[in-house]
Design a protein around this ligand. Structure first.
Ligand code: AVI
Length: 319
Protein backbone atom coordinates (compact mmCIF):
# COMPACT_ATOMS: atom_id res chain seq x y z
CA UNK A 1 0.00 0.00 0.00
CA UNK A 2 1.26 3.52 -0.76
CA UNK A 3 0.65 6.25 1.78
CA UNK A 4 0.06 9.84 0.73
CA UNK A 5 0.65 13.22 2.31
CA UNK A 6 -1.90 16.06 2.37
CA UNK A 7 -1.15 19.47 3.84
CA UNK A 8 -3.86 21.92 5.01
CA UNK A 9 -2.99 25.46 6.07
CA UNK A 10 -5.32 27.08 8.62
CA UNK A 11 -2.59 29.22 10.19
CA UNK A 12 -4.13 32.38 11.72
CA UNK A 13 -3.50 35.54 9.65
CA UNK A 14 -0.96 38.12 10.90
CA UNK A 15 -3.79 40.58 11.71
CA UNK A 16 -5.27 38.09 14.21
CA UNK A 17 -1.87 37.55 15.83
CA UNK A 18 -1.33 41.34 16.07
CA UNK A 19 -4.75 41.91 17.67
CA UNK A 20 -4.28 39.10 20.17
CA UNK A 21 -0.74 40.18 21.15
CA UNK A 22 -1.79 43.84 21.54
CA UNK A 23 -4.79 42.82 23.61
CA UNK A 24 -2.53 40.74 25.89
CA UNK A 25 -0.08 43.63 26.26
CA UNK A 26 -2.95 45.94 27.29
CA UNK A 27 -3.88 43.66 30.23
CA UNK A 28 -2.62 44.01 33.79
CA UNK A 29 -0.52 41.94 34.31
CA UNK A 30 0.61 41.89 30.68
CA UNK A 31 0.45 38.52 28.97
CA UNK A 32 1.08 36.79 25.64
CA UNK A 33 -0.26 33.27 24.95
CA UNK A 34 2.37 30.49 24.95
CA UNK A 35 1.27 29.30 21.50
CA UNK A 36 3.33 32.22 20.13
CA UNK A 37 6.56 30.57 21.31
CA UNK A 38 6.45 28.22 18.34
CA UNK A 39 7.95 29.90 15.31
CA UNK A 40 10.68 27.84 13.63
CA UNK A 41 13.38 28.82 16.14
CA UNK A 42 11.00 28.45 19.09
CA UNK A 43 10.11 24.93 17.95
CA UNK A 44 13.82 24.08 17.59
CA UNK A 45 14.56 25.46 21.05
CA UNK A 46 11.69 23.46 22.50
CA UNK A 47 13.07 20.30 20.87
CA UNK A 48 16.44 21.06 22.49
CA UNK A 49 14.73 21.60 25.88
CA UNK A 50 13.19 18.13 25.66
CA UNK A 51 16.73 16.67 25.59
CA UNK A 52 17.92 18.51 28.72
CA UNK A 53 18.75 16.48 31.83
CA UNK A 54 16.54 18.76 33.96
CA UNK A 55 13.51 18.48 31.64
CA UNK A 56 12.23 15.04 32.70
CA UNK A 57 8.72 15.08 31.03
CA UNK A 58 9.68 14.03 27.50
CA UNK A 59 11.96 11.11 28.25
CA UNK A 60 9.66 9.90 31.01
CA UNK A 61 6.63 9.97 28.73
CA UNK A 62 8.50 8.17 25.95
CA UNK A 63 9.58 5.47 28.45
CA UNK A 64 5.97 5.01 29.55
CA UNK A 65 4.79 4.73 25.93
CA UNK A 66 7.55 2.29 25.01
CA UNK A 67 6.97 0.09 28.03
CA UNK A 68 3.22 -0.13 27.44
CA UNK A 69 2.98 -0.08 23.64
CA UNK A 70 1.16 -3.41 23.31
CA UNK A 71 -1.51 -2.52 25.86
CA UNK A 72 -1.94 0.95 24.35
CA UNK A 73 -2.43 -0.60 20.91
CA UNK A 74 -5.04 -2.94 22.32
CA UNK A 75 -6.96 -0.07 23.94
CA UNK A 76 -6.78 2.29 20.95
CA UNK A 77 -7.20 -0.34 18.24
CA UNK A 78 -5.27 -0.87 14.99
CA UNK A 79 -6.21 0.60 11.63
CA UNK A 80 -7.65 3.77 13.14
CA UNK A 81 -7.19 7.38 12.08
CA UNK A 82 -4.87 8.81 14.72
CA UNK A 83 -4.90 12.56 15.30
CA UNK A 84 -2.06 14.21 17.25
CA UNK A 85 -2.52 17.63 18.85
CA UNK A 86 0.66 19.71 18.95
CA UNK A 87 2.66 17.18 16.96
CA UNK A 88 5.85 19.32 16.89
CA UNK A 89 8.68 17.24 15.54
CA UNK A 90 6.48 14.09 15.61
CA UNK A 91 9.05 12.08 17.53
CA UNK A 92 6.87 10.48 20.19
CA UNK A 93 4.32 9.44 17.64
CA UNK A 94 6.81 6.99 16.13
CA UNK A 95 6.52 4.82 19.23
CA UNK A 96 2.73 4.78 18.74
CA UNK A 97 2.81 4.30 14.98
CA UNK A 98 5.02 1.25 15.45
CA UNK A 99 2.71 -0.23 18.08
CA UNK A 100 -0.61 0.84 16.56
CA UNK A 101 -0.12 0.76 12.80
CA UNK A 102 -2.95 3.21 12.09
CA UNK A 103 -4.34 3.65 8.58
CA UNK A 104 -4.04 7.44 8.74
CA UNK A 105 -2.19 9.99 10.86
CA UNK A 106 -3.47 13.56 11.34
CA UNK A 107 -0.84 15.82 12.95
CA UNK A 108 -2.04 19.28 14.06
CA UNK A 109 0.43 22.03 14.90
CA UNK A 110 0.60 25.81 14.81
CA UNK A 111 4.25 25.88 13.65
CA UNK A 112 3.91 25.59 9.86
CA UNK A 113 7.54 24.98 8.87
CA UNK A 114 8.13 22.51 11.67
CA UNK A 115 4.93 20.61 10.86
CA UNK A 116 5.73 20.39 7.18
CA UNK A 117 9.27 19.10 7.81
CA UNK A 118 8.09 16.56 10.37
CA UNK A 119 5.10 15.32 8.33
CA UNK A 120 7.22 14.92 5.19
CA UNK A 121 9.84 12.87 7.01
CA UNK A 122 7.18 10.76 8.67
CA UNK A 123 5.32 10.06 5.41
CA UNK A 124 8.63 8.90 3.92
CA UNK A 125 9.41 6.62 6.86
CA UNK A 126 5.87 5.18 7.11
CA UNK A 127 4.75 4.79 3.47
CA UNK A 128 1.80 2.59 4.49
CA UNK A 129 0.15 5.46 6.45
CA UNK A 130 -1.82 8.35 4.90
CA UNK A 131 -0.69 11.62 6.49
CA UNK A 132 -3.13 14.56 6.70
CA UNK A 133 -1.13 17.41 8.28
CA UNK A 134 -3.03 20.53 9.35
CA UNK A 135 -1.36 23.76 10.41
CA UNK A 136 -3.90 25.12 12.85
CA UNK A 137 -4.33 26.86 16.19
CA UNK A 138 -6.18 24.02 17.89
CA UNK A 139 -6.46 26.09 21.08
CA UNK A 140 -8.93 28.33 19.33
CA UNK A 141 -11.76 26.29 17.85
CA UNK A 142 -11.13 23.23 15.79
CA UNK A 143 -10.58 23.86 12.12
CA UNK A 144 -10.01 20.52 10.43
CA UNK A 145 -9.78 19.28 6.87
CA UNK A 146 -12.34 16.90 5.37
CA UNK A 147 -11.12 13.55 6.61
CA UNK A 148 -12.00 9.99 5.65
CA UNK A 149 -15.06 9.01 7.68
CA UNK A 150 -14.87 5.23 7.42
CA UNK A 151 -12.05 4.88 9.99
CA UNK A 152 -12.39 4.72 13.78
CA UNK A 153 -10.93 7.85 15.33
CA UNK A 154 -8.34 8.11 18.11
CA UNK A 155 -6.32 11.05 19.39
CA UNK A 156 -2.94 11.54 21.03
CA UNK A 157 -2.19 14.68 23.04
CA UNK A 158 1.32 14.22 24.44
CA UNK A 159 3.83 16.24 26.41
CA UNK A 160 1.43 17.64 29.02
CA UNK A 161 0.54 20.44 26.60
CA UNK A 162 -2.89 20.28 28.24
CA UNK A 163 -1.13 21.90 31.23
CA UNK A 164 -0.54 25.04 29.15
CA UNK A 165 -4.30 25.74 29.23
CA UNK A 166 -6.28 27.25 32.09
CA UNK A 167 -8.33 24.38 33.61
CA UNK A 168 -11.61 25.72 32.14
CA UNK A 169 -10.04 26.06 28.70
CA UNK A 170 -8.51 22.59 29.05
CA UNK A 171 -11.99 21.22 29.74
CA UNK A 172 -13.41 22.98 26.69
CA UNK A 173 -10.57 21.73 24.50
CA UNK A 174 -11.03 18.12 25.68
CA UNK A 175 -14.74 18.46 24.98
CA UNK A 176 -13.94 19.52 21.38
CA UNK A 177 -11.60 16.55 20.99
CA UNK A 178 -14.41 14.33 22.31
CA UNK A 179 -16.84 15.72 19.72
CA UNK A 180 -14.30 15.02 16.98
CA UNK A 181 -13.78 11.45 18.25
CA UNK A 182 -17.44 10.63 18.76
CA UNK A 183 -18.88 8.36 21.40
CA UNK A 184 -16.49 5.56 22.34
CA UNK A 185 -13.49 7.38 20.79
CA UNK A 186 -10.19 7.06 22.65
CA UNK A 187 -7.80 9.80 23.72
CA UNK A 188 -4.27 9.04 24.89
CA UNK A 189 -2.98 12.04 26.82
CA UNK A 190 0.27 12.81 28.67
CA UNK A 191 -0.03 14.79 31.91
CA UNK A 192 2.79 16.04 34.09
CA UNK A 193 2.34 15.20 37.77
CA UNK A 194 2.66 17.35 40.90
CA UNK A 195 5.99 16.75 42.60
CA UNK A 196 8.60 18.47 44.76
CA UNK A 197 9.11 22.12 43.93
CA UNK A 198 12.87 21.85 43.39
CA UNK A 199 12.48 19.28 40.57
CA UNK A 200 9.83 21.47 38.93
CA UNK A 201 11.81 24.68 39.24
CA UNK A 202 14.95 23.03 37.85
CA UNK A 203 13.04 21.79 34.77
CA UNK A 204 12.17 25.39 33.82
CA UNK A 205 15.50 26.98 34.88
CA UNK A 206 18.04 24.75 33.14
CA UNK A 207 21.72 25.48 33.57
CA UNK A 208 22.27 25.81 29.80
CA UNK A 209 19.58 28.52 29.79
CA UNK A 210 17.75 27.04 26.82
CA UNK A 211 14.42 27.70 28.54
CA UNK A 212 15.45 31.34 28.97
CA UNK A 213 16.33 31.51 25.26
CA UNK A 214 12.97 29.88 24.38
CA UNK A 215 11.13 32.45 26.50
CA UNK A 216 13.06 35.43 25.09
CA UNK A 217 12.62 34.19 21.52
CA UNK A 218 8.98 35.21 21.88
CA UNK A 219 10.10 38.85 21.87
CA UNK A 220 12.31 38.25 18.83
CA UNK A 221 9.33 36.77 17.01
CA UNK A 222 7.11 39.73 17.91
CA UNK A 223 9.88 42.09 16.73
CA UNK A 224 10.05 40.33 13.37
CA UNK A 225 6.38 39.66 12.70
CA UNK A 226 4.76 42.71 14.30
CA UNK A 227 7.37 45.41 13.56
CA UNK A 228 8.24 45.71 17.26
CA UNK A 229 11.46 46.89 18.94
CA UNK A 230 11.81 44.85 22.12
CA UNK A 231 15.43 44.94 23.32
CA UNK A 232 16.00 41.40 24.49
CA UNK A 233 18.84 42.36 26.83
CA UNK A 234 16.36 44.50 28.82
CA UNK A 235 14.19 41.49 29.79
CA UNK A 236 15.02 38.47 31.93
CA UNK A 237 13.59 34.96 32.14
CA UNK A 238 11.68 34.13 35.30
CA UNK A 239 10.12 30.70 36.01
CA UNK A 240 8.82 29.34 39.33
CA UNK A 241 6.28 26.91 40.73
CA UNK A 242 3.22 28.71 42.10
CA UNK A 243 2.16 26.20 44.73
CA UNK A 244 -1.24 27.70 45.38
CA UNK A 245 -2.23 27.69 41.71
CA UNK A 246 -0.51 24.32 41.06
CA UNK A 247 1.42 25.59 38.06
CA UNK A 248 4.80 26.64 36.77
CA UNK A 249 4.65 30.26 35.65
CA UNK A 250 7.02 31.73 33.10
CA UNK A 251 7.48 35.47 32.79
CA UNK A 252 9.77 37.96 31.05
CA UNK A 253 10.68 40.63 33.56
CA UNK A 254 11.64 44.12 32.45
CA UNK A 255 15.01 45.09 33.94
CA UNK A 256 14.31 48.84 33.58
CA UNK A 257 11.63 51.43 32.85
CA UNK A 258 11.23 51.32 29.09
CA UNK A 259 8.92 51.91 26.15
CA UNK A 260 8.48 49.38 23.37
CA UNK A 261 6.76 49.87 20.01
CA UNK A 262 4.56 47.02 18.82
CA UNK A 263 2.63 47.32 15.54
CA UNK A 264 2.63 51.12 15.84
CA UNK A 265 1.56 51.23 19.50
CA UNK A 266 3.73 52.34 22.40
CA UNK A 267 3.78 49.96 25.37
CA UNK A 268 5.22 51.11 28.72
CA UNK A 269 7.10 48.69 30.97
CA UNK A 270 8.11 49.65 34.51
CA UNK A 271 11.33 48.25 35.98
CA UNK A 272 10.46 44.82 37.47
CA UNK A 273 7.15 44.58 35.59
CA UNK A 274 6.54 41.19 34.11
CA UNK A 275 5.06 39.89 30.89
CA UNK A 276 3.40 36.55 31.72
CA UNK A 277 4.21 34.13 28.91
CA UNK A 278 3.18 30.64 30.08
CA UNK A 279 1.44 28.56 32.71
CA UNK A 280 2.18 24.88 32.94
CA UNK A 281 -0.35 23.24 35.26
CA UNK A 282 0.66 20.10 37.11
CA UNK A 283 -2.02 17.63 38.23
CA UNK A 284 -2.35 14.65 40.51
CA UNK A 285 -3.82 11.61 38.74
CA UNK A 286 -7.12 12.14 40.59
CA UNK A 287 -7.23 15.88 39.73
CA UNK A 288 -6.74 15.15 36.07
CA UNK A 289 -9.32 12.36 36.04
CA UNK A 290 -11.84 14.81 37.53
CA UNK A 291 -11.03 17.36 34.80
CA UNK A 292 -11.42 14.69 32.11
CA UNK A 293 -14.72 13.52 33.61
CA UNK A 294 -15.97 17.13 33.43
CA UNK A 295 -15.30 16.98 29.67
CA UNK A 296 -17.21 13.74 29.10
CA UNK A 297 -14.25 11.32 29.29
CA UNK A 298 -13.93 8.27 31.53
CA UNK A 299 -10.59 6.72 32.40
CA UNK A 300 -9.74 3.33 30.92
CA UNK A 301 -6.14 3.11 32.09
CA UNK A 302 -3.42 5.28 33.66
CA UNK A 303 0.28 4.54 33.49
CA UNK A 304 2.99 6.33 35.47
CA UNK A 305 6.73 5.85 35.80
CA UNK A 306 8.11 4.37 39.05
CA UNK A 307 9.13 7.79 40.39
CA UNK A 308 5.63 9.14 39.60
CA UNK A 309 6.98 12.08 37.63
CA UNK A 310 4.59 11.79 34.69
CA UNK A 311 1.31 10.08 33.75
CA UNK A 312 -0.26 8.84 30.52
CA UNK A 313 -4.04 8.36 30.52
CA UNK A 314 -6.18 6.40 28.10
CA UNK A 315 -9.61 8.08 28.11
CA UNK A 316 -12.89 7.12 26.46
CA UNK A 317 -15.40 9.72 25.30
CA UNK A 318 -18.94 9.07 26.34
CA UNK A 319 -20.42 12.47 25.52
C1 AVI B 1 4.81 22.34 25.58
N1 AVI B 1 4.71 22.44 27.04
C2 AVI B 1 4.02 21.30 27.61
C3 AVI B 1 5.98 22.75 27.72
C4 AVI B 1 5.76 22.79 29.25
O1 AVI B 1 6.54 22.14 29.95
O2 AVI B 1 4.83 23.45 29.70
C5 AVI B 1 6.55 24.07 27.24
C6 AVI B 1 7.79 24.49 27.99
N2 AVI B 1 7.96 25.64 28.54
C7 AVI B 1 9.14 25.70 29.09
N3 AVI B 1 9.76 24.55 28.94
C8 AVI B 1 8.91 23.76 28.21
Amino acid sequence: MNGSIHFYDFHPPVADIRDEVLEGLSRRPKQVAPKYFYDRRGSQLFDAITELPEYYPTRTEVDILESNGAQIAELLGNDCMLMELGSGSSRKIRVLLDALQPAAYVPLDISRAHLLDAATTLARDYPQIDVHAACTDYSNGFELPELPDHLARAAFFPGSSIGNFEPDDACALLRRVGCYLGEGGKLLIGVDLKKDTSTLNAAYNDTRQLTAAFNLNLLERINRELAADFQLQCFEHLAFFNEQAGRIEMHLRSTRDQQVRVAGQVIDFAEGESLHTENSYKYSVAEFQALAAGSGFSTEQVWTDDARLFSVHCLRYSG
